[in-house]
Design a protein around this ligand. Structure first.
Ligand SMILES: [Zn+2]
Length: 284
């Protein structure tokens, strides 16, 4: 796959089995994240894998909303977070002690948190402890513990691209004619090499893995980098703090200056902007 290839998510399925798969390629949107932060290589690699994983999992969002995966760890690298909306809009962040990032990411004594936030309705959150070796293993544990759907992940990232492959066996009412299908199809997927996952076009990769299976390729969906921050959202958050708090912030240093952690977009709110947030005050 050339570096100019568009970021995309593509579903595939196998005829006469309840097994479906997804392949995600994240190049441009991963580079948009890395452009904004100077993450050490071992952190950006795991963040790329996590972005690929959220993209793969967002394929199951059946409503407007967002899916967030967080890896929370006890050491100096405390948080890795990636988010995808139902529209395929991605963003990601890592939080760590810049002066002392660990030289290695150890997935021990941490937690994997999955949050689904529909635009309408109840937010859902699932948390599991992680003691697995990597993102893929942590996600597989998550599915084993909470979803009871057999699910496998293969994730790969380098300095400027990330990719992932997911297989899932859905519940099926029918008696399965092909009882070995899950074992056979997931075994074939585990022969994929990280470089193949990153570099091969989806169709070529699937042909390489599954040329003896009856495979159906579904339409691809676009993925892109997009942050959720905006001036109206920040204005809302400031409004919640109340006028007195904002007045004291302005007294200390005007204008109020905010930079989005995710995308580094800078926002400023002057005294006049703050007054505009509380129109009722101006009536007196
Ligand atoms: Zn932002």
């Amino acid at each position: 796959m050339s570096l100019s290839s568009a970021d995309q998510l593509q579903r595939f399925s196998f005829d006469d089995t309840p097994i479906r798969g997804e392949i995600a390629h994240i190049n441009e949107s991963f580079r948009e994240v890395l452009k904004r932060h100077q993450y050490p290589a071992h952190i950006s690699k795991v963040l790329g894998e996590l972005m690929a994983a959220t993209a793969l999992m967002s394929a199951s969002l059946k409503f407007k909303g967002r899916l967030t995966l967080q890896i929370r760890l006890p050491g100096n690298i405390s948080l890795l977070q990636a988010e995808t909306s139902d529209q395929g809009e991605l963003r990601a962040i890592a939080r760590y002690d810049v002066d002392q990032p660990e030289s290695e990411l150890v997935f021990e004594d941490g937690h994997l948190v999955m949050t689904i936030e529909p635009e309408q309705g109840q937010r859902y959150q699932g948390i599991i402890s992680i003691n697995a070796g990597n993102v893929a293993a942590a996600l597989e544990d998550y599915f084993t513990q909470s979803e009871q759907l057999p699910t496998r992940f293969w994730l790969s990232a380098n300095a400027d691209s990330a990719a992932g492959l997911m297989l899932q066996k859905l519940p099926s009412q029918q008696t399965e004619a092909d009882v070995d299908a899950w074992d056979r199809i997931s075994h074939l997927a585990s022969t994929v090499r990280p470089a193949e996952l990153l570099e091969l076009e989806t169709e070529e990769l699937l042909h390489r893995l599954y040329h003896e299976e009856v495979l159906r390729l579904h339409p691809a969906a676009a993925l892109c980098f997009k942050c959720t921050c905006s001036r109206p959202r920040l204005a809302d958050a400031l409004h919640q703090l109340g006028y007195a708090e904002l007045a004291s912030m302005l007294a200390e240093s005007a204008p109020i200056s905010i930079t989005c952690d995710f995308c580094q977009q800078h926002y400023e709110f002057s005294q006049a902007d703050v007054d505009g947030l509380f129109p009722e005050r101006n009536l007196h």
